[in-house]
Design a protein around this ligand. Structure first.
Ligand code: HH2
Length: 265
């Protein structure tokens, strides 16, 4: 079965849970709950990347995430740090994180690659067209799957060129990052084509706006759509599923996986 990455947003403005876990104690408690619910990994982030989100300084990001990372040091669940900044990644790795999840695929601060190489940590390279401020204005592709795949292949080449070992790299099509609803749906339907990159695939659909567009549901009412998209991502070859609702998605994936691997003899 795929691994589940539980989302811990230590931000005032994340699109679905902004402000809920800005207090470190509450974020730590939430992270422990996700671990108890069966998260295989936890992704801790101090900057929202939702469309139009305000950029934050490294100091502000550090202030948010370091106490949380320190509070989770004894948890025994691998932690990724959702950041594009060297300063934040450095402190996070010092505090026990083992993966850097960069939604800009090492483009915001290319020196982040050298840090990851030196620390031999995991690296998630995600596709995004544009920046969070502009990405939903008019996303265009020749063929969204081919274009995302070519981008990720180029970023793998960049990272390995900087000394990151290929086995440490995971790739992510970046659902909702510079994509229309149709782009997101086609990426999910043809996700298996990214297997040609030879690296584990991370997918994050949880509560995202394409689900709201399809169902008419508000952000806190998108569990059904989140489950459907994660089950189909599993079937299409996803290896790591990044979600807010760990218990519910895990249960759905468990049943889906049993069906996908069933042999009655
Ligand atoms: N999505 C978000 C943030 N980080 N990282 C990866 N690898 N893949 C994703 O799809 C992804 C990500 C956005 O979701 P969320 O963290 O819930 O919201 P926000 O960016 O507003 O904090």
């Amino acid at each position: 079965m795929a691994q589940i990455m539980g989302i811990v947003n230590v931000t005032p403005d994340s699109f679905s849970d902004g402000g809920l876990f800005l207090d470190p104690e509450r974020a730590i408690e939430h992270a422990r709950r996700l671990a108890a619910d069966g998260a295989d990994l936890l992704d801790v982030g101090g900057e929202s990347t939702r469309p139009g989100a305000r950029a934050v300084s490294a100091d502000e990001e550090l202030e948010r995430v370091v106490p949380v990372l320190e509070g989770l040091a004894d948890l025994g669940v691998p932690i990724s740090i959702d950041t594009s900044k060297v300063a934040v990644a450095t402190r996070a790795l010092d505090a026990g994180a083992v993966i850097v999840n960069d939604v800009t695929a090492l483009r915001t601060e290319p020196e982040l690659a050298a840090l990851c190489a030196e620390r031999d940590c995991g690296v998630v390279l995600m596709h995004m067209q544009g920046t969070p401020r502009t990405m939903q204005e008019n996303p265009t592709y020749d063929d969204v799957v081919d274009d995302v795949k070519a981008f990720l292949a180029e970023r793998i080449e960049f990272a390995t060129g900087e000394g990151v070992s290929e086995e440490r790299i995971w790739v992510d099509p970046g659902i909702g990052f510079g994509k229309t609803v149709d782009h997101n749906l086609e990426l999910l339907r043809r996700l298996h084509e990214l297997r040609g990159l030879g690296r584990p695939i991370v997918v994050g659909t949880s509560r995202k706006s394409f689900i709201g567009t399809l169902t008419g549901r508000e952000v806190d009412e998108r569990l059904g759509g989140t489950i459907a998209s994660n089950v189909l991502a599993l079937r299409a070859g996803a290896d790591i599923l990044r979600v807010h609702d760990v218990a519910e998605v895990r249960e759905a994936l468990f049943v889906a996986d049993a069906i996908l691997t069933a042999r009655a003899g």
